[in-house]
Design a protein around this ligand. Structure first.
Ligand SMILES: Cc1cc2nc3c(=O)[nH]c(=O)nc-3n(C[C@H](O)[C@H](O)[C@H](O)COP(=O)(O)OP(=O)(O)OC[C@H]3O[C@@H](n4cnc5c(N)ncnc54)[C@H](O)[C@@H]3O)c2cc1C
Length: 322
């Protein structure tokens, strides 16, 4: 079975690995410069995890995968001093001490490790998925990609997956999922931001999460912070410029930490248009065994890295079984 997978995020990579292990010939296409999707690490003046911050594990199979990656030194446990701040100006209270794992030296190391044995073609934006008599052809930028594929897997966020599915009946199911955006700000400071915690869930104001990125294992720059705006704020400010967003979120950060900040060495903002699943679909994956087309992602299973991994793997299992 020759399979094309669109998207080299966690879902696409876990699907590809399980299919390869089952004997399929798999090619993964991604429009980005490397695999990772929303677990990317931004290579700015200094590197930042500007998407997913950490991985949590609930499922046994995913726990085993994370343990395997730990043995390869690709993943390490991150034990931040973590708090919740319910009101700007209010006290910080301790938050959950759930085990948290991160890629080393950046979150994208996880994707790179998953992608290593696979045929992953980056900088390829798939623009059409066409049914032909004996399988599927893909188009990128109006050009046919070489090869005919027996099966196709879509792992882009649901709106994009639905667009690629076009008139196929699975499109309607994918389109039912809902995503919210996130504005992310990456900052590097000349000195330590003097707060008695490394990360905070914030339940008031524009910000929802702040983290001392440099407190994660294997990060060379200690004075880096990543700030994530809340889904509501990000939706309200979706079309503002990165510079405007940067100014507003830096002000929000200063108000939150309630002390003068050191000199800012570097800052930039990034908009994740499709960041968080706010309403997923009921199925753990989508698969049409007759047409041999399917879809997977965090929007099918659970709104986090683990959910994406499980969804991709479960789809591969269904494909191999059929
Ligand atoms: C700001 C932020 C913070 C988060 N924090 C956490 C966290 O702390 N913990 C956690 O567990 N989860 C977190 N998440 C969620 C987590 O990142 C996702 O659940 C997970 O990475 C989704 O993986 P995926 O493979 O389903 O999708 P994606 O990672 O979105 O992968 C889809 C891929 O498809 C590619 N693609 C799309 N369209 C095309 C096309 N036409 N042609 C080719 N390629 C295409 C994209 O480039 C992308 O690489 C966070 C997400 C964001 C954005």
């Amino acid at each position: 079975m020759r399979v094309a997978i669109i998207g080299a995020g966690v879902a696409g990579l876990s699907c590809a690995r399980a299919l390869s292990a089952g004997g399929a010939t798999v090619t993964v296409f991604d429009k980005g410069r490397g695999p990772a999707g929303r677990i990317s690490t931004r290579r700015a003046a200094v590197p930042f995890d500007h998407g997913a911050q950490y991985v949590t594990t609930r499922d046994e199979a995913f726990q085993a995968e994370v343990a395997r990656l730990m043995l390869e030194d690709v993943v390490a446990e991150w034990s931040p001093r973590i708090v919740a701040i319910d009101r700007i100006g209010g006290a910080a209270r301790p938050s959950s001490d759930l085990p948290r794992f991160v890629g080393v030296p950046g979150m994208n190391a996880i994707a790179q490790a998953l992608a290593a044995p696979l045929d992953v073609q980056v900088d390829v934006t798939v623009t059409a998925v066409d049914r032909v008599a004996d399988g599927w052809h893909l188009k990128a930028g109006g050009e046919d990609l070489p090869h005919r594929f027996d099966a196709v897997v879509l792992t882009a966020p649901p709106v994009q997956t639905a667009t690629l599915l076009g008139a196929h009946p699975l499109a309607e199911k994918a389109a039912a999922a809902r995503m919210a955006p996130c504005w992310a700000v990456m900052t590097s400071w000349a000195d330590a931001v003097d707060v008695p915690y490394d990360a905070a869930f914030v339940n008031d104001g524009p910000l929802a999460w702040i983290a001392r990125d440099g407190s994660k294992p294997g990060r060379p720059h200690p004075h880096t912070w990543v700030l994530h705006a809340s889904p509501t704020w990000s939706t309200e400010h979706l079309e503002q410029t990165p510079d405007e967003v940067l100014r507003m979120l830096l002000d929000a950060f200063e108000a939150l930490v309630r002390r003068p900040l050191p000199t800012l060495a570097f800052s930039t903002a990034h908009r994740w248009r499709y960041a968080y699943v706010t309403s997923g679909i009921e199925d753990p994956y989508l698969w049409d065994a007759t047409d041999r087309i399917g879809a997977a992602g965090d929007w099918c299973r659970a709104p986090r890295v683990e959910g994406a991994w499980l969804s991709g793997r479960a789809l591969a299992g269904a494909m191999l079984a059929s």
